[in-house]
Design a protein around this ligand. Structure first.
Ligand code: 6R9
Length: 656
């Protein structure tokens, strides 16, 4: 018998139709239109993507083959020549967009800058020329360790322009994490800043680079290019370190974009799994450009008049695909904000929306739950009427947080696009199209046209409607990762061998549990590693957490399994409360009853622990494996360096 798949227990029935006036104006206006696109793509995926590639991108030379699929290795548009920086910049300069805002940037201390497409193009060319002068050649890897300033996007585009793959390391990572990634990628040069502002403090980025490179610990690195941001007076190593503001003034603003093969590597981005060292996810040029371009355009229903804001950091895939490449390839105005909500300015996001008249806003469930906890006063005090689409990404969103987002931030009339995707997928895989797809709170709805998704058991057999299983993708798509940098074996093992290929068909294993309902909507239930097993029932974390969050006192919940001799595992819940609610034993009992009422006795938490905050990754995902250790009274095992705030664990331990 095959291993049991995951049981689904969440019963969310609310349905939100796209507002009629929104649909009337949208690029894709109805489910019939969506279905037609989906069917066309499913019938002939290569033809579908080839037509869009021709229509939407600039090619120096057309491809020879649309798709060359030698599982698990895909090549898209082989022989085609293009440059993503050309598609993001140069081609807009011959249109009215030349003087359109490409980037609007707001710094944490309140400084700001707008770069038009012409201005951005000039600075990208200048940096590209500086990189060349410092010896960077096509194919050399460049490490970026940057705050959220325009130069982060400029550096990415400059690398792409000369064909030097970038590897962006999030500015919150430690010197050790930076050193490992630079070594794995064998980076030749590092671009950084003296520091960045975060939560009213200076983050000493250059000092971390110095530490990472100490004692020649990264022998491949020859030069460091430093952008001045905080003016914190950092030491410079003669011969190695160079100020951008010294080199920029004399650098030419003309640098023709290198003609790249569609399959030339565009970037490496490291993603940490639960075990082992981080994987260098490799993306290439043509397929990635096309797919991020199309998903941005259709999922955000992009119009040329829109101001679009994604709150992610450029250090994550969301920043790569949906702050820089997808938006700029479409000629959009992309807003970058250096700050995050902080005690001195909890309403800063809403200030930014009001100040710039943001139309499309894209953030993460962790942020939405934090806003819920803070209450409605901050958003209500601002004019948010410019918003027309709201997006979410990063974790399953609890229906209560979804509804709050829709009502309090969206004023009840913005479609919510819950986009399920991964570093590995490059772009949105499951997502509503806002003028077409009726949405259900907590569901990422349906596959983007061209994506064949399914829910299967470990033998690769599709499970029935509403049965939980493993989320897989059945046909290659243009922006799929090509390999793990320097480790093909790990690429095969992690993504293609969990579920053995059947009849020659390879299934991409996403590592997430999911179910598909009777309407064909997908419900992602969380990482498979987080599934718990209670009396033989395998339960995803998201559904029990959603039940807890639907209680008015609960802001956020994380559920893990704790060993139980009789049931195998029992449900252990960590809960943070909304302001104005106090922990008590009565509340614990009430929450247990609430879960029984919402889901049933099987999901009843055996124990609940109240906490001030939950351990999260720096991109805002709850780290359940530490909570598992805590729930069982074990020591924390595994790498804690990806954590946002190390003190959270100490507090949780003391609360035991
Ligand atoms: C884009 C990004 C990928 C993992 C993914 C899944 C979770 C992301 C989600 C979601 C449910 C969504 N995830 N979006 N789960 N609904 N809308 O986050 O990439 O950092 O690689 O994480 O995030 O578990 O497998 P990445």
């Amino acid at each position: 018998m095959s291993q049991p798949t995951i049981e689904s227990i969440l019963n969310e029935k609310r349905l939100f139709e796209p507002p009629a006036d929104f649909a009337a104006d949208a690029r894709i206006k109805s489910m019939a239109e969506y279905q037609a696109l989906y069917d066309k793509a499913a019938a002939d995926p290569a033809g579908f993507w080839a037509e869009l590639a021709e229509q939407e991108l600039h090619w120096f030379k057309k491809w020879d083959t649309v798709l060359d699929w030698q599982p698990p290795f895909a090549k898209w548009f082989s022989g085609g020549k293009l440059n993503i920086s050309y598609n993001c910049l140069d081609r807009h300069l011959t249109t009215w967009r030349r003087n359109k805002a490409a980037l609007i940037w707001e710094g944490e201390p309140g400084d700001s800058r707008t770069l038009t497409y012409a201005e951005l193009h000039r600075e990208v060319c200048q940096m590209a020329n500086v990189l060349k002068d410092l010896g960077v050649k096509k194919g050399d890897r460049v490490g970026l360790y940057m705050p959220m300033i325009p130069e982060a996007a400029i550096a990415m585009l400059a690398c792409a322009r000369i064909g030097a793959p970038h590897t962006v390391v999030f500015g919150g990572f430690s010197a050790d994490a930076l050193r490992d990634r630079l070594n794995d990628a064998e980076a030749k040069l590092v671009i950084t800043a003296d520091g960045g502002f975060r939560k009213d403090k200076v983050i000493p980025l250059k000092a971390a680079v110095d530490q990472a490179l100490e004692n020649n610990a990264v022998p491949s690195v020859e030069n460091v290019l430093v952008v001045e941001r905080t003016k914190s007076g950092v030491p410079m190593v003669a011969g190695r370190d160079h100020w951008w503001h010294d080199l920029q003034p004399t650098a030419s603003g003309n640098c023709p974009a290198e003609e790249m093969d569609a399959e030339d590597m565009l970037f490496i981005l490291y993603t940490s799994g639960t075990t082992g060292k981080p994987k260098g996810v490799v993306h290439t040029t043509g397929g990635y450009n096309l797919y991020t371009h199309m998903t941005f355009q259709w999922t955000f229903d992009h119009k040329d008049t829109d101001v679009y804001w994604c709150t992610a950091d450029v250090g994550w895939i969301t920043g790569h695909s949906y702050i820089v490449y997808g938006p700029l390839s479409n000629g959009a105005t992309s807003l970058m904000y250096e700050g995050v909500p902080r005690p001195s300015n909890p309403g800063c996001f809403w200030d930014v929306v009001e100040k710039y008249g943001v139309n499309i806003f894209y953030t993460a469930p962790t942020a939405i739950r934090a806003f819920m906890k803070m209450g409605e006063a901050e958003p209500k005090a601002r004019d948010l009427s410019s918003l027309r689409i709201l997006g979410t990404v990063g974790e399953p969103i609890n229906p209560e947080a979804w509804v709050w987002y829709q009502q309090v931030i969206g004023g009840g009339n913005c479609p919510i696009v819950d986009t399920w995707w991964q570093t590995e997928t490059g772009g949105f895989m499951l997502t509503p199209l806002p003028g077409a797809t009726p949405t259900k709170p907590g569901s990422a709805t349906k596959p983007f046209p061209g994506i064949i998704a399914d829910v299967v058991d470990l033998d690769g057999n599709p499970v029935g409607d509403n049965e939980g299983g493993y989320l897989v993708i059945k046909h290659p798509w243009p922006s799929m990762m090509r390999t793990v940098y320097g480790n093909e074996e790990r690429f095969r093992r992690t993504y293609w061998e969990h579920i053995p290929p059947k009849d020659g068909q390879y299934l991409y294993f996403a590592g997430d549990g999911a179910r598909r309902d009777e309407d064909g909507y997908f419900w992602v239930m969380g990482r498979v590693d987080d599934v718990l097993s209670v009396s033989g029932h395998r339960l995803g974390t998201m559904e029990i957490e959603s039940a807890l969050v639907s209680h008015p006192a609960v802001a956020e919940a994380a559920v893990v399994g704790r060993k139980n001799e009789i049931t195998g595992e029992e449900v252990f819940a960590f809960v943070t409360l909304e302001s104005h609610h106090q922990p008590s034993d009565e509340l614990k009992d009430e929450l247990k009853q609430h879960v029984i009422k919402e889901i049933g006795i099987i999901a009843r938490p055996a124990d609940i622990r109240f906490a001030d905050s939950l351990p999260k990754t720096r991109s805002g995902k709850i780290i359940r494996r530490f909570l598992r250790n805590l729930a069982s009274g074990e020591d924390i095992v595994g790498d804690a360096t990806t954590m946002e705030d190390q003190s959270v664990l100490d507090k949780l331990r003391q609360g035991a």
